[in-house]
Design a protein around this ligand. Structure first.
Ligand SMILES: Cc1ncc(COP(=O)(O)O)c(C=O)c1O
Length: 416
């Protein structure tokens, strides 16, 4: 029993909450373990539940809601497009895909975009592109290529992606696994270099590991990985699905180290918190390896998603969300760091993205998530006793202060 077991959570939810949760339990596959909060509406950084209670969202749908719930510019773009055209599939052109691809390619400083839907699809697509590039451009014999990944990675939950995960829960029972991946410790450029051979097509990394607990690598890591990849003619693929699009105070987390990867994988916030929209972005010499029929998705690049995506790229071009994340992130990190020794053992992250380790004797991350939800703050645990704070970037300093105050009080209660 941990200290937080003694904290009095709202044990019996109200009828509206209870019946919504019961319906989910009965009819939805149990592949998640959500907090007992039933959202009904949301605006900016706040979610309102079915009882009318308001919560400060400090998760932002794992960074998919970077620009705030129902961001007015995004919603206007969605409404306008809903009234014109939503889906044709890639069997035809639409007047929305080209402008989106151009805007996103320019934002990334690359030539081309491969549009997909979910983050996992972007990762799968990046792997396919890297393998094809390995064969067609690098001259790796067919079916012989390998891709270097980092231990404790999180890139999604499809069969191929879990094949190179070391999260036992994500893997167990889902084999046989896709071969062709080599995992090395994150942050260790020597191990990475040693794992590369003549058949290595790519290195696939999160610049900052999100689900692992917001792990920021050593300062020289990504620049060295960049050099190693260039030296060995290996593609550097940055999975910026969670770290990118202003979350860390830059458009891409890689910018903190002045690193430009060969391939960006983007998702989550690209769809403005409204639609799934992901992308692989790279130069023509890489994405040009794909030919008709070799890859696709019925919804990938649909007019509704790309109209929203174009608006999102325009918002990122203005830089205001990156600036907010930097300024408010400094504030959040200062406040959280002041809790070290008061139940917090470590704080990591960049911008409005913080992984907070709590003394395991005080409770699990899940217990703290429940206790904070009782106080009107929604956060999510990652592993063990780590909590992540990743509010929408429209949050204010006062709201952050209030959330950290709630967290500090919860820690104090647990320590009593
Ligand atoms: C770094 C990273 N890559 C890929 C994914 C998978 O994205 P999705 O859940 O949209 O498939 C995630 C999701 O959390 C992620 O954090």
């Amino acid at each position: 029993m941990t200290m937080l077991d003694s904290v009095d959570h709202e044990a019996t939810p109200d009828p509206a909450t209870a019946s919504a949760i019961a319906l989910d339990d009965r009819y939805v596959a149990h592949n998640y373990s959500p907090l007992p909060v039933v959202a009904e509406r949301a605006e900016g950084a706040w979610i309102t539940d079915v009882t009318g209670r308001r919560y400060l969202d400090c998760l932002a749908a794992y960074s998919a809601v970077n620009f705030g719930h129902r961001n007015p510019e995004v919603i206007a773009a969605a409404h306008a497009q809903l009234d014109r055209l939503t889906l044709v599939s890639r069997a035809f052109h639409s007047d929305r895909l080209g402008p989106f691809a151009q805007a996103l390619a320019e934002l990334c400083g690359k030539d081309m975009v491969l549009p997909m839907n979910s983050g996992a699809e972007a990762v799968e697509s990046g792997i396919k592109v890297a393998r094809k590039w390995g064969v067609d451009v690098k001259g790796i014999p067919a079916d012989k290529s390998n891709i270097i990944v980092a231990q404790n990675n999180f890139h999604g939950r499809t069969t191929t992606i879990i094949s190179f995960s070391d999260d036992d829960t994500a893997r167990r029972g889902f084999g046989p696994y896709t071969p062709g991946f080599r995992a090395v410790p994150f942050g260790d450029h020597r191990a990475l270099a040693a794992a590369i051979d003549e058949n290595t097509a790519a290195v696939l990394l999160e610049p900052i590991q999100g689900e692992a607990g917001i792990i920021v690598p050593p300062a020289d890591y990504l620049p060295r990985v960049r050099d190693i990849c260039t030296h060995h003619n290996v593609l550097m693929i940055a999975d910026e699905i969670q770290s990118g699009l202003a979350r860390t105070g830059r458009t891409f987390a890689c910018e903190h180290w002045n690193v430009v990867p060969d391939v960006y994988l983007l998702g989550k916030a690209l769809g403005g918190g409204v639609v799934p929209l992901s992308a692989v972005v790279a130069d023509r010499g890489i994405l040009g390896v794909l030919h008709p029929g070799e890859h696709g998705s019925t919804f990938g690049g649909n007019p509704l998603a790309t109209a929203i995506g174009t608006t999102v790229v325009g918002m990122l071009r203005r830089g205001e969300f990156q600036l907010r994340s930097t300024e408010l992130g400094n504030h959040l990190h200062n406040r959280l760091n002041s809790l070290i020794g008061r139940g917090v053992t470590a704080v990591r992250g960049m911008g409005l993205w913080a992984g907070v380790d709590i003394d395991p004797d005080l409770g699990t991350g899940k217990q703290f998530g429940l206790a904070l939800a009782d106080r009107g703050v929604l956060v999510k645990d990652t592993h063990g006793s780590t909590l992540r704070f990743a509010p929408p970037l429209v949050v204010t300093a006062d709201e952050l202060d209030w959330a950290v105050d709630q967290f500090a009080d919860t820690l104090d209660e647990a320590r009593r």
